[in-house]
Design a protein around this ligand. Structure first.
Ligand SMILES: [Zn+2]
Length: 124
């Protein structure tokens, strides 16, 4: 495979990664809005108790499914870069679920240097 073909494939890969990360935001926003709308509806509109319970359970299921898909996309697309040693890695599901985060920057333990720090998402 020649160099131009490799560069072209890397560009395509980066484009797909950016699309997937955008999809993560869309899934997260839609599932969150759906959750809040259904909770709002069950709180303020008069309905029977069984309908209220079904709507609350539905909203929780939609929210959980959305968050699972969003987290999965965030985990497998690109890498996290350790701010201490620069090592790039893919975190475990447990790390993704339990780590504090601000957007896509997560406070996690680096598998190489074993230090905890705020690690940023990188695509390349
Ligand atoms: Zn490190």
């Amino acid at each position: 495979m020649n160099q131009e073909k490799i560069v072209e494939l890397q560009k395509q890969n980066n484009m797909y990664a950016k699309c997937l990360l955008l999809l993560e935001w869309v899934i997260g926003i839609i599932s969150s809005i759906t959750f809040f709308i259904l909770i709002f509806v069950t709180s303020y509109i008069d309905m029977s108790m069984i309908v209220r319970v079904v709507l609350i359970i539905t909203s929780i299921i939609i929210f959980i499914i959305g968050m699972v898909f969003a987290l999965r996309i965030e985990r497998i697309v690109g890498f996290y870069k350790c701010s201490k040693c620069g090592y790039k890695y893919v975190p475990t599901n447990k790390q993704m679920l339990l780590s504090m985060h601000i957007g896509r920057t997560r406070y996690m333990k680096c598998p190489k240097c074993n230090k905890k720090s705020w690690n940023k998402k990188v695509i390349k």
